[in-house]
Design a protein around this ligand. Sequence first.
Ligand code: SAM
Length: 257
Amino acid sequence: MTAPTATPPIWSATVLTLFPEMFPGPLGQSLAGRALKDGLWSLDCVNIRDHATDKHRTVDDTPFGGGPGMVMRPDVVMQALDAATSGWNADKIASVPKIYFSPRGRRLDQAKIRDLAAHDHVIMVCGRYEGLDQRVIDHAGLEEISIGDVVLSGGELPAIMTMDAVVRLLPGVMGNAEAHQNDSFENGLLEHALYTQPRDWQGMQVPEILTSGDHGKIAQWRQTESEAITQARRPDLWVEYIKASSKTPAGDDENDA
Ligand code: SAM
């Protein structure tokens, strides 16, 4: 799905799915789409069904122990994973993050996105039906990642979300290299309020400080706003931020105790 380029992509994703036609989907547009065309990242889809071995191309079966729904077979998913990593040496297979999207997983956050962006390749397995047989999760060392406390019908949208979040961090993807440094979560806080033209809209004014041209005061206003909004909306982040701030050399140094 990537135009041939002289230089290899900075980051590659391999997605195992029963619905390869869902890709690149939204990732073919805007920032991610341009970066894909420019070869800054690459995307390969492996159709799990291509690795079924019977004439009906079966990928799922009923759950042992009974219950509703179907479970994805470990042998078929493992074949697909082996195909995705064929030709790789054992070190590369071991070091590449291998994710299985699952509501039971660790919640996806910006720290995890930064970690994935720091690798050069990520493999993502999209579940369908009731999910994967536990044995392939264990055998392949798949890390379960959830996009939140909701149940979707498949892992394809979580994979698209993850790739979108990673790609915007890759060097050369955003016009301004610092653009994401003020984003929510980058420094443990939510972003401050944003304003643009017109200055007076429906009788509501842009805060005066933002039009003052005083960059020091603007930075201070934004910091105060970010702290206030984080404290009000995300007490969990606020607690972590306070803890982290008190560990910085500028704050109380725990090592002094
Ligand atoms: N039976 C599973 C459970 O209760 O945890 C839900 C299976 S769901 C219908 C089918 C697939 O969608 C999952 O295997 C997973 O790949 C994906 N999925 C659904 N919700 C998700 C979430 N919150 N985060 C990540 N993946 C999710």
